[in-house]
Design a protein around this ligand. Structure first.
Ligand code: FES
Length: 61
């Protein structure tokens, strides 16, 4: 497999937690989109590490 598979044509809403790391599926084979489930094994693809950060909120003083 040299080309990634298109997982979907629509956005996949997910909930993520601040400070937690996730692995985004780059091959398109995962059954747990958009996250890697290990289905890329044996291909040239590797998941993309992502840590969810939050921006400080504006507060009135
Ligand atoms: S299953 Fe797609 S990168 Fe791991």
């Amino acid at each position: 497999m040299s080309e990634p598979k298109r997982a979907t044509d629509t956005p996949i809403p997910v909930e993520v937690e601040a400070g937690k790391s996730y692995f985004w599926c780059a091959c398109g084979l995962s059954k747990n989109q958009p996250f890697c489930d290990g289905a890329h094994k044996g291909s040239s693809f590797t998941p993309v590490s992502y840590t969810h950060l939050t921006l400080p909120t504006n507060r009135e003083v």
